[in-house]
Design a protein around this ligand. Structure first.
Ligand SMILES: *Cc1c(COP(=O)(O)O)cnc(C)c1O
Length: 325
């Protein structure tokens, strides 16, 4: 077997696994638990901490002094990368998709507080992302740095390893068993890692990815590919195609565009459990779970884990959706 890549300690792990009895009762469905990866640390937490533990270990091993990465204006990944860079003494360079807003808020405000170099530009396709990442790396090098580039969402096989560990962490926490895991899926690395994590489990849960941007036909093959690459790092066989389950009916008009179902899910979870979800990822994933519970998809004696991947700083940006109180 190949040697497993090194991992730093950046997050507050293991994260808690909490019962959500009032939410379960309100929905009249299966037992519900919430895996609190919104509490991983790194400036309010989220799923990227686990990926960064592997990615930044690699950056350190390569003697990088700066990290260049990319995301949307409200990227949680960029905010958490900036925080982790500061903790490790590296310089963060962020490529942000769009034009610089007059007011910096949410994650963007936090990026600014971390003193990250912000480069705003519209990124219309993968070629533009590659070109602009190369440009920003060149700028970091011109500033005297040795840059390390992390792809969108930290979603390569190395980053996904964090979620192989995470699934094993969950199975160590949850007695007697977990039947289903729900997770928001964007660039697919989290879902891919969770799927690989089930592979040596005695009674593996089914991993449901709720897409927040791409259709099943696009995201499914991407997750399969990433899962296969991640399995290789661990000397495992690629997971079978039927392990990749994508729900794509909860995206609404597009990535980061609010839906009523998402807004209602955020309110319901806040008002039954005192837990905040986010408008871009976890609100839509929860909207999907709620819809499937109401549609009778699960038995009452099953256990469903909702994986809270974070994202709460972006909530402020969607304030007009919650102005009815
Ligand atoms: C990035 C992110 C996700 C999606 O993770 P991927 O690995 O990109 O699929 C889900 N939730 C939150 C809050 C995120 O920031």
């Amino acid at each position: 077997m190949t040697e497993k890549p090194r991992r730093l300690e950046l997050g507050f792990l293991p994260t808690p696994l909490q019962e959500a009895p009032r939410l379960a009762r309100a929905l009249g469905g299966p037992r519900l638990l919430v895996k609190r990866d919104d509490q991983t640390g790194l400036a309010t937490g989220g799923n990227k901490a686990r990926k960064l533990e592997y990615l930044l270990a690699d950056a350190m091993d390569q003697k990088a002094t700066a990290v260049v990465t990319v995301g949307d204006l409200q990227s949680n990944h960029c905010r958490m990368t900036a925080a982790a860079c500061r903790k490790l003494g590296m310089e963060p360079y962020l490529l942000l998709n769009g034009t610089r807003p007059a007011v910096l808020e949410g994650n963007l405000l936090l990026d600014a507080i971390f003193g990250a170099t912000l480069h705003f530009t519209p990124l219309d396709d993968a070629a533009a992302v590659d070109r602009e990442l190369a440009g920003l790396s060149a700028r970091a090098a011109a500033d005297g740095h040795r840059p390390y580039v992390i792809p969108m969402g930290g979603s390569n096989s190395l980053g996904a390893l964090g979620y192989v560990d995470a699934l094993r962490e969950l199975l160590g926490q949850s007695a007697p068993r977990v039947d289903h895991v729900f997770v928001a899926s964007g660039s697919g690395g989290t879902q891919a890692g969770l799927i690989v994590g089930t592979m040596e489990a005695a009674r593996p849960p089914l991993i449901h990815g709720v897409s927040v941007s791409r259709t099943r036909d696009t995201l499914g093959p991407r997750v399969s590919q990433l899962a296969a690459e991640t399995a290789v790092l661990l000397g495992l066989a690629p997971p079978p195609a039927d392990h990749v389950l994508v729900h794509d009916g909860y995206i609404g008009p597009g990535y980061a565009m609010m839906t009523e179902a998402c807004r209602d899910a955020i309110r319901l979870v806040a008002r039954t459990e005192g837990i905040l979800l986010d408008p871009v990822y976890t609100g839509k994933a929860m909207a999907g779970l709620i819809d499937l519970i109401r549609g009778g998809r699960f038995n009452r004696d099953e256990t469903v884990v909702f994986w809270h991947t974070g994202g709460v700083p972006a909530l402020q940006v969607y304030r007009e959706w919650f102005a009815d109180a």
